[in-house]
Ligand binder design. Structure first.
Ligand SMILES: Cc1cc2nc3c(=O)[nH]c(=O)nc-3n(C[C@H](O)[C@H](O)[C@H](O)COP(=O)(O)O)c2cc1C
Ligand code: SF4
Ligand code: SF4
Length: 253
């Protein structure tokens, strides 16, 4: 078995790596940004897939990855992990159904509440101790879920009709349209930007370029919040107007 993930601020990477290590010490875990992931998926009997929920659905970069490599999933066993700041309804089910449409066998799902990655909104911000506690709880949940998978009774969080209704009526009906396309709404404050190039290097979509020593955004943002959380000058925003708090899993483990 192997793990793959997409992760903006490290939560989903952390979850995928811990889950896979608990399940099989020898297993590898790959970012979908790493080309080696494709060969690893081809060779694996079971693929654990982790990603961050966005508006109760799957980030566009992850949906596109699954669709662009649709031939990989036929008869492949998959276990889906969705990480989230608060609630997603059927986070794991959303990707599970897409994978199923390409012939995958979804054997289970897991939902993990983790630190909120939206750096420019106050709504879900918690004290650092609370975030550390959340990560500990997620660790525990991962270990229990792996135990159940090993015992042949995998957790089914986010999979099934009731979860689907919760995801749709709880959120997707109102905000789901936000992830239909890549976004052109990233804002870069040119007064604050010092042209360090960090955002350009970090962006998984190559959506940012440096021109005349200032960062410029295109229209292919997958809203992962990686650049926003890492900009040393707090010059980048997306949903909100100013950066409230920058986060990253390394602060909480
Ligand atoms: C654009 C965006 C939308 C989000 N929507 C939700 C949501 O609908 N429900 C939720 O609980 N968390 C939501 N979150 C929070 C993330 O899912 C959560 O912090 C996740 O664990 C981040 O994982 P990562 O570090 O792997 O990127 C959202 C985050 C972003 C950036
Ligand atoms: S990381 Fe921030 S300061 Fe550096 S180039 Fe990007 S926007 Fe400018
Ligand atoms: S521009 Fe920033 S938020 Fe958008 S995809 Fe790139 S790194 Fe992620």
């Amino acid at each position: 078995m192997i793990g793959i993930y997409f992760s903006g601020t490290g939560n989903s990477k952390y979850a995928a790596e811990l889950f896979c290590k608990e399940l099989d010490k020898e297993s590898g875990t790959y970012s979908i940004e790493n080309e080696e992931a494709i060969t690893a998926i081809k060779d694996a009997d079971l693929v654990v897939i982790a990603y961050p929920v966005q508006f109760s659905t799957v980030p566009k970069i992850m949906r596109d990855y699954v669709t662009d490599h649709s031939e990989l999933w036929k008869n492949k066993k998959v276990f889906v992990i969705a990480t989230m700041g608060l609630f997603s309804g059927d986070g794991a089910g959303m990707l599970g159904r897409l994978l199923q449409s390409y012939g995958a066998k979804v054997i289970g799902g897991l939902h993990l509440k983790m630190p909120d990655s939206i750096a420019d909104e106050k709504a879900l911000k918690r004290p650092i101790e609370k975030n550390k506690e959340l990560v500990k709880q997620a660790q525990q949940k991962i270990k229990e879920s792996v135990k159940r998978l090993k015992a042949g009774d995998p957790t089914q969080e986010g999979i099934g009709v009731l979860y689907r209704m919760a995801g749709f009526f709880g959120q997707r009906a109102y905000f789901g349209h936000n992830t239909r396309r890549y976004s052109s709404k990233l804002k870069i404050d040119t007064d604050k930007c010092v042209g360090c190039g960090s955002c350009e290097k970090l962006c998984p979509m190559k959506n940012i370029t440096i021109k005349d020593q200032k960062a410029v955004s295109g229209d292919r943002c997958t809203m992962c919040y990686r650049c926003i959380n890492k900009c040393p000058k707090q010059a980048i925003t997306l949903l909100g107007k100013r950066v409230v708090e920058q986060c990253g899993i390394e602060k909480y483990i």
